[in-house]
Ligand binder design. Structure first.
Ligand code: MG
Length: 397
């Protein structure tokens, strides 16, 4: 890897999550899998496709010991008394909450009101652990009730449903008032339940739904909401309708009159979906074209930093993403110069450069196969002549 690419790779590895690489990476073979198409800006096994950002994983929680969050998580409650400063009362004015920190847990003080995070966020991976009071009191919705409100709007129900039936759409891990959980994997009251949520807010454009928004929830490792579409924010008694959400909101925890305890609360913001301008996943033809054009421009500029065969191949690579007439002409010129340089070389010299020469021929064949270069050009014919003369042709299996 050349120094500029190495520094680009290092920059990518240390960059904030989801930052775009300034220069494409070069890992793996080029001219290999199927090329980009109308709705896929990357080829199959595309070496220029950005590497996933490195995240140092956390550790799992044990009954008496909360785990460590992943390194890039934004921690809202870590068990310390000072973490209470991440939260405020959900009253109009905010202000300090009356909830308390006891034995490493954030505990609801009944009748003190909901609390909300000072942090505002939208799409996220959210981790919350909660425990209903060990001493069982009440039944149905009156036992160990609290709630995890994404953006302060949609409630993933917190309820002690261990041997405690209630209406299904108000069950623990329901999207409250909308959709019951797929299962009841609750541990007995007093023990911490681990809830992992993937939340996507609704996306509207020009008053029309582009993406209804979804909730996926695991409780104690068991899937309880499977990409459940949102139907508005849901709620008590009234059926809500789908509609747009704000850009961001706080995480709220409910005071439903029970001293439910929480620990190990963290989230990771999620990258934008393709419907919001993200450049991965199912893209529109317009977004695909824009991404392919940008990649081709990056490759052309990277080619300018290189010399000789490297420059030729890098520029040829740009044609995979965008057929740009000036770049096509330049590839043909560089290839002509390249093959002229091979003319008259002794067979032993050609043999020592076998990998390089076949690499250029492979690029030509790939680009011709996928309609990016015209077949039968002088450089192609010369490279194929050398291939035959040196007996480099692959034996047919
Ligand atoms: Mg509730």
């Amino acid at each position: 890897m050349n120094p500029s690419l190495r520094s680009a790779a290092l920059a990518l590895l240390t960059a904030p999550v989801f930052a775009a690489a300034p220069v494409p990476l070069s890992i793996g073979p080029a001219f290999y899998g199927d090329p980009p198409d109308e709705t896929h800006p990357w080829g199959i096994h595309d070496r220029n496709r950005p590497q996933p950002p490195r995240v140092v994983a956390g550790t799992p929680s044990l009954p008496g010991q909360p785990g460590r969050p992943p390194a890039d998580a934004i921690v809202l409650f870590d068990g310390s008394a000072s973490a209470l400063a991440n939260w405020e009362s959900d009253g109009k004015e905010g202000g300090p909450t009356k909830w308390i920190v006891r034995d490493g847990a954030l505990e609801c003080v009944p009748k003190s009101g909901y609390i909300r995070s000072k942090a505002r966020f939208g799409d996220c991976q959210l981790h919350v652990e909660w425990a209903a009071p060990r001493e069982v009191k009440g039944n149905s919705q009156g036992r160990g009730n609290s709630g995890i409100f994404l953006m302060g709007l949609v409630e993933v129900q917190v309820l002690d449903n261990h041997e405690n039936p209630t209406y299904a759409d108000g069950f623990a891990n329901s999207v409250y008032g909308t959709n019951p959980p797929l299962a009841n994997p609750l541990r007995p009251p007093g023990e911490f339940q681990q809830v992992d949520i993937i939340f996507r807010r609704p996306v509207y454009r020009d008053g029309r739904v582009v993406d209804p928004g979804y909730l996926t929830v695991f409780c104690n490792g068991v899937l309880v909401q499977d990409h459940t579409p949102l139907e508005g924010q849901g709620g008590h008694m009234r059926r809500t309708k789908p509609g747009p959400f704000p850009e961001s909101g706080p995480l709220k925890l409910q005071d439903h009159g029970n001293p439910v305890r929480f620990r190990n609360i963290w989230y990771r913001p999620l990258p934008p979906r393709s419907s919001e301008g993200g450049t991965d996943g199912a893209l529109t033809p317009a977004a695909t074209t824009a991404k392919r054009r940008a990649t081709a421009a990056d490759l052309r500029s990277d080619a300018e930093q290189r010399q000789g065969t490297e420059r030729l191949l890098r520029l040829a690579e740009s044609l995979v993403y965008e057929s740009e007439p000036a770049a096509t002409k330049r590839v043909e010129e560089l290839a002509t110069t390249y093959t002229i340089g091979l003319k008259g070389l002794p067979s032993t010299e050609l043999e020592s450069r076998k990998g390089e020469i076949l690499g250029v021929l492979r690029a030509f064949r790939y680009l011709i196969k996928h309609g990016k270069l015209a077949a039968g050009s002088a450089p192609q014919r010369e490279l194929e002549r050398i291939e035959r003369a040196q007996a480099w042709e692959e034996k047919k299996k």
